[in-house]
Design a protein around this ligand. Sequence first.
Ligand code: FEO
Ligand code: CA
Ligand code: CA
Ligand code: CA
Length: 667
Amino acid sequence: MFSNDESSNPSTNPSMQDIIDTCQHPRRTFIKGSIGVATWAAFGGMSLGGISSQALAGSDKPAATLIGFTPVAANTLPLIDAVSVPIGYTAQVFVAWGDALGLGANWDPSTAMTEAQQLGSYGAHTDGMHFFPFGRDFSLGPIKLDLGGNVHGLLVSNSEYNDTGLIHSTMSFATDAMTLDRVNTQLAAHGVNVVDALRVGKHWKVNRPSAFARRITGKTPMKISGPAAGHALLKTDADPSGTKVLGTLNNCANGYTPWGTYLACEENFNGYFGTAAANLTAVPRTALEARYGLSAGGFGYRWHEAESRFDLRAGGKVSNEPNRFGWVVEIDPFDPKSTPIKRTALGRFKHEGAWVTVDDDNRVAVYMGDDERFDYIYKFVCAKKFNPRNLKANRDLLDDGTLYVAKFNADGSGVWLPLVHGQNGLTAANGFADQGEVVIKARMAGDVLGATKMDRPEWGAVHPKTREVYMTLTNNTRRTADQIDAANPRPANVHGHIIRWREAGNTVVATGFEWDLFVQAGDSLDPNPNLQGNINGDNYGSPDGLWFDRDGRLWIQTDQAGDGTGAYANIGGNVMMCADVTTGETRRFLTSPPNAEVTGVTSTPDGKTMFVGIQHPGEDWVTSFTENSSWPDNGGNGPTTASQAGPSKPRSAVVVITKDDGGVIGS
Ligand code: FEO
Ligand code: CA
Ligand code: CA
Ligand code: CA
């Protein structure tokens, strides 16, 4: 997804130029840190992500690799218009934009999309996803799982945004008017999909009709809860209570809870708002609007021309509607009538995703990143413990707790700084009247506390055994040499890196942690040292999606231009990699069609079926605004459910991957 052209973080948090020489602190610092080996020994027999098993056990034996496949070749020029996976694996289209989820017909992609069609079909631009297996009772008591969950479940996924040229086939974006009808169709293309996924024999299909099938869109009524609910900054003429909002937008990565709910995260919400330029002259942009990147033009959606809800100056005054976006939204996929809830305690920023973990004491933390150049990494710690015996009792856990922002020190230590009203300068005198205002202005609170400015935090992932947290920092070509720091060590960071940390004492309530860089991505053949990276294995750039499978394999998905040119001549199009974090070994598992992003990954509980999202195939907004793909309707990964009249417009789609011998994916 495109990002703001302006960097909206004006704070002067230290750039740490003075510690450049120490920024590549060696791994041994990490091992010798405050988390003792004895603590980790408590995880006896488990894979120790990041720490070499040899270092801990004193063994000379190399660790056995978790990765058992032969890497697929890079998709270099001329790019193949298909998804490719290693020999011994099969990738087939599972569901694509416009495919019906309930009753009704699949969309014919040669026609313009309509609101009615879109409300019953898979949304545009698939992104983060999670598979909720049937057979797990999330409502009544302890988690139970029967074998049924490996062949039947709810695939819940985000539809991040839409491509205006594809959705309105006949619209000339330059000259045609934006209409309310078009806005409503686009709103319906956004949001969340609940797909009933069923394996029949060897094949997976959308099971329909289904009582669970659901579209949540940019217009679905939602509740606002937590410290900002009812706040003056959330009240609008349409909602004087400040507790009810229509819809969720730009849901990028995601999360899920151990109590059975899905977390959709609102990322570049600012792009949907706009106003006539003269309106921002008459009533100038506020500091809050500027810090969240709101502007007259937005990202060019032009919704404000037909729908006043998206006009920053509707009625000639500053609109609070943008303050009602930028949150984490909790959804119960097993109750199709449930109202999604925006959990404001988790802060308002450009949420990439929300990764929940529970420690040995049943304390709960949510790790989150703000995907903007020079923005921050956050953690939310729930006040109450997780109750594994009564899952319903956890339903409002995300309303009460402490939000922290991360500061990464040059010596490999780190601190979680609390965003708590009344502390550390977060006072009324500084523009934070109460905790509601702290979370609404979370970015500005992070500025006050001196958080570390990161290279665009994207997905996080928590190791299933060690609880070590990994997070992608996708790239930041605007970081200059005088702005580098230990955690963001490359100027003009084209290829990005992956940072990781572990909490002091391995408890999620810790306010201190140890960190290091897992990898700097790049092309080892590139003559420019700043672009080479240090990958142990196949090259890639711009890591974005990140996910640990049940065995601790780290799956890395990329989001670069995907056209195989320039710095990507050797790397090729976008990919999904598989890494063994103990050895660092990394192999290329999947390549994508031209100009596509690989984003979203989940699996059945047995690890034998994997779902992977392919977003915006063919989207070439960089050079020509043309579409360089007709996947998936070109049949590149088996028949789709759409009209097969011939290659047509490209569609984002989810592929389902199985191993031909029935084994665990990646093994
Ligand atoms: Fe939607 Fe940060 O990617
Ligand atoms: Ca993208
Ligand atoms: Ca992303
Ligand atoms: Ca990205």
